[in-house]
Design a protein around this ligand. Sequence first.
Ligand SMILES: Cc1cc2nc3c(=O)[nH]c(=O)nc-3n(C[C@H](O)[C@H](O)[C@H](O)COP(=O)(O)O)c2cc1C
Length: 446
Amino acid sequence: MFRAIVYQRAKGDLASIPFGTKVDTYGDGYEWMGHSIAARDISAMDHNPRVKIGGIHCTQPYSAALLNISAMSFGSLSSNAVRALNRGAALGNFYHNTGEGGVSDFHCEHEGDLVWQIGTGYFGCRSDDGRFSAAGFAKTAQRTNIKMIEIKLSQGAKPGHGGILPASKNTDLIARIRHVPVGTEVVSPSAHSAFSTPRGLLEFVQQLRELSGGKPVGFKLCVGRESEFIAICKAMLETGIMPDFVTVDGGEGGTGAAPLEYSNSVGMPLRDGLAFVVNTLEGFGVREHIRVIASGKVFTAFDMAKALALGADLCNSARGMLLALGCVQSLECNSNRCPTGITTQDPRLVRGLDVSDKGQRVARFHRETIHALLDLTSSAGLESPQQLNRSHIYRRVDQMTVRRYDQLFPLPQNGSYLTATATDAVFVHLNEASSDSFSAALADSA
Ligand SMILES: Cc1cc2nc3c(=O)[nH]c(=O)nc-3n(C[C@H](O)[C@H](O)[C@H](O)COP(=O)(O)O)c2cc1C
């Protein structure tokens, strides 16, 4: 539905739509933003809003844009797609997440900012037995174009399942970068071997921060069982180690290849997962130290506004960026036959993707979406998008009921989870969570 507006923005075509909305504004689930009579003048706003990521343990904090390129590997994407995305990031001054497939030369040619993602396969920092290699990590992490490190715990399209690189896309070069046998299907392990407990995860965060020379380190997850994230928050308080950011991916997230049951039926959707993560950080009193990044069907400025209103500090987009690159949704990402040269390793198809032109489109899509966000923000009477909160978004819950996000997703008092009692709804999850295990401690049902 939003493909046309992404194309328009990427190509620099007319930014408006004619005649009025085609959306059913009376349908269940319809959402809108409340504007203000005291709307502001957009020209007086900061046109390059940024968010600082990196707590006191970071010697190299990063100033991030509000919209960035979500994790997609070289392997799932072609060399030219990676080049064009990175060119767009460099032109527009936003970051480009490498995805779990490692850092290739194609990520570095245009010198756009990178977030290096480390998945369970540890591609690019892997020892011969497939485990994490500290020496391998340190060497790459200290490159100046790598600004942050993201540990991938899960992604919304296939949470609890390792990444999948189809055999037809596992070329010589990709096999070399990943240290895997060429021409075979590469399924990453479903869980990390570098740690196995919430405490262990945070110790790994600290290890990566030190090995990278003090760069921000965070993790990405799609929320599964609530107690697992709560266990991580308990471990934060016990160890004093905080991630610099948490990326929340919605169950509606995209992928190059995933089993159907996972894409359709595993993992919490973004709105619920994001509200839960923000509430939990707030409830444990650690929200101010940790930036929250949201991904999952962010195509327009209104999608961004909703995420920021729920408490995200910034957003990532994967498929929006693919559409900006010229994706026509031929749904061939997992077959090596993508006709636009984006998700294929077939050299004849890859050649058709013009890096210079498509890099420009990615940068334009970004610029126009940020502009639209500022436009919305000014109409809400706010000085900056960071002032959006849950009271700004409305939802038609059913034919007789409209609710604001602050009614649907009430924010707990800062630190209130530390003194929660059995009458609080969150208590059941708090009770299940232990900093020593990701497994929920289940009450005896006998
Ligand atoms: C082609 C493709 C490859 C992806 N590869 C990765 C990956 O390597 N690591 C990861 O964490 N997520 C990966 N994702 C998921 C995205 O980073 C993102 O979390 C998800 O698609 C939600 O964003 P979207 O709705 O804007 O696409 C991939 C998505 C796509 C479409």
